[in-house]
Design a protein around this ligand. Structure first.
Ligand SMILES: Cc1ncc(C[n+]2csc(CCOP(=O)(O)OP(=O)(O)O)c2C)c(N)n1
Ligand SMILES: [Mg+2]
Length: 518
């Protein structure tokens, strides 16, 4: 076997099944190795941001890494925004980056770049391979590092990929996860017993079903409120799932929510801060909160830590608090007439099927969905932990590959969609069950809102030019069809309902442009 085959075989042995790639000449031995290595499927992405976004979506849904295979520094650079989102969301990802042959690195060939510096900004673990004798260990350690909930990057010079390896030994490395810190759980229990108005803020994998159920035990016992970090990578919601109120984006809303608490317990969430430095608002939203404590547990063990806290508090068992949560949406009536943002949110909440995965990058359109979705069928919602837009379409690709039996709905703002729309082609090529709802307000609406808030009463023509997505209008149906995804455009609630229902029962991807009135 050569180095490339050893890398793939080690990755497969460690449980990696998919690779999202946009390769080049420095990755050729690795490209060839896919044909001689069973157990791993390559998916071609036509822009690296689609590869990294798909790896993020896959990792969020499986808690194990996808591999990305990218071309030198420029390839990694193109993929970095969605690796940033993966890093902020604690998603396991293993990047394999081809590098010039070791003997060619000094001559400053055109694609030469400081790959290590780039990788450092997003990777919790990284290494440049130095010998074919150690590539298996390097790869196994990269996978183990990623399983702690981080991005791991392995840079592999092309001559090391091509070099024959005499031993052929395949390494296995178990991730070493830190133990749960019992003292931090005792501290949280003491705080929750004090009888103060307390919020438990969940983040990361505490927002899975197990973690939410454990938090619900604690709520029932102590009367605390259960909140979620502002933009969870993945949250389980809907009928039958205990709900966690998500901390809002705007600082006055967030402060309004959080200033009500005398004490806060953080479980998998960082101390909440405002998204930007807005004049007149503090950066730290809990600046005035007297008691803050944090449960110290690895992401993989958060649910267990919360159950442990529940036991310590002598909270009722999970089975005793599994209340009958209503499907409130069944009592609502479907909106009619001209489509608006709020009506689109309500239709989605009412029509989305049981067990859907909703990739939510709807930005301003989805405001109402935040709360309406809690009363919909049980579903998984993925959001944008790193704030770097353009994650939705590729994330839907990764989620659909991870969970082929589940319907994926991508509730997708138009401006953000334009960053990584090549992902539609990946959806078509792999016949993924993704329904994309384009929130076509033909603007960077959030910027208009922020500008108004900052006191810009009448934007001048140059400024308008920077927030309007008009002249020309983006032809969503043509784009979609050109990338192999059937597309339609709707203006009314009735048509949205019909088309959404049709798409959800149809096979393969669909795109529906929602032409939004106000
Ligand atoms: C990579 C990246 N570039 C730019 C931004 C700044 N930004 C935030 S939201 C936004 C536009 C959002 O427009 P759209 O996706 O259409 O959503 P809308 O505000 O219209 O609901 C921009 C440019 C960002 N967050 N990330
Ligand atoms: Mg928009």
């Amino acid at each position: 076997m050569n180095g490339a085959e050893i890398i793939l075989k080690t990755a497969v042995t460690a449980g990696i099944e998919v690779c999202f790639t946009n390769p080049g000449t420095t990755e050729m031995p690795l490209m060839c190795a896919f044909d001689s290595t069973p157990g791993i499927t390559p998916y071609l992405g036509l822009f690296e941001g689609c590869c990294t976004g798909a790896a993020d979506g896959y990792g969020r849904m499986t808690d194990k890494p996808a591999m990305t295979l990218l071309h030198l520094g420029p390839g990694l650079g193109n993929g970095i925004a969605n690796l940033h989102n993966a890093r902020r969301g604690g998603t396991p990802v293993v990047n394999v980056i081809g590098e010039h042959a070791t003997w060619h690195r000094t001559v400053n060939a055109p694609l030469t770049m400081d790959i290590e510096s780039l990788a450092q900004s997003v990777s919790g673990w990284q290494r440049t391979c130095t010998s074919v004798a150690t590539v298996s260990r390097d790869t196994a350690e990269a996978v183990a590092a990623s399983l702690k909930g981080q991005v791991a990057t392995l840079i592999v010079p092309s001559d090391i990929q091509a070099a024959e390896c005499t031993s052929g030994e395949i390494c296995r490395v178990e991730p070493d996860l830190p133990a749960i810190d019992d003292a931090s759980i005792r501290q949280a229990a003491d705080l929750l017993r004090m009888g103060l108005k307390t919020a438990v803020i969940l983040g990361g994998r505490a927002l899975r079903k197990e973690g939410l159920a454990a938090a619900e035990r604690i709520r029932v016992k102590t009367g605390c409120d259960i909140l979620s970090e502002r933009a969870p990578a993945r949250i389980e919601r809907g009928a039958g799932t205990p709900s966690a109120e998500v901390i809002p984006y705007f600082p006055w809303q967030a402060l309004d929510m959080l200033s009500a608490y005398q004490a806060v317990v953080l479980a998998g969430a960082d101390e909440p801060v405002t998204f930007f430095g807005w004049p007149g608002y503090p950066s730290r939203l809990l600046e005035k909160t007297e008691h803050i404590c944090r449960i110290e547990a690895d992401g993989n063990r958060l649910s267990r830590a919360l159950n442990h806290l529940g036991d310590m508090l002598e909270a009722p068992l999970k089975s005793a608090v599994a209340a009958a949560y209503n499907k409130k949406f069944e009592k609502w009536s479907l909106p009619e007439g001209r489509l608006t943002s709020d009506k689109a949110c309500r239709i989605l909440a009412m029509v989305q099927p049981e067990d859907a995965i909703v990739v939510n990058e709807s930005i301003t359109t989805g405001g109402a969905y935040q709360s309406l979705g809690k009363d919909a069928h049980a579903h998984t919602m993925l959001t944008l932990p790193g704030g770097s837009i353009g994650y939705g379409m590729p994330c839907a690709v990764g989620a659909a590959i991870a969970c082929p039996q589940r319907p994926v709905i991508n509730f997708q703002a138009d401006g953000s969609a334009m960053y990584t729309l090549q992902a539609l082609w990946m959806q078509a090529r792999a016949a993924l069950n993704v329904t994309t709802l384009i929130c076509s307000n033909r603007s960077y609406e959030i910027l208009n809102i922020e500008l108004k808030r900052a006191g810009v009463a009448t934007p001048g023509p140059q400024l308008q030019q920077m927030t309007a997505l008009r002249n020309p209008d983006i032809g969503w149906v043509n784009i979609s069809q050109g990338l192999g995804v059937p597309g339609v455009s709707v203006e009314s609630c009735e048509d949205m309902i019909t088309e959404l229902r049709k798409a959800l029962v149809g096979h393969g991807p669909h795109l529906i442009e929602l032409q939004l009135g106000v």
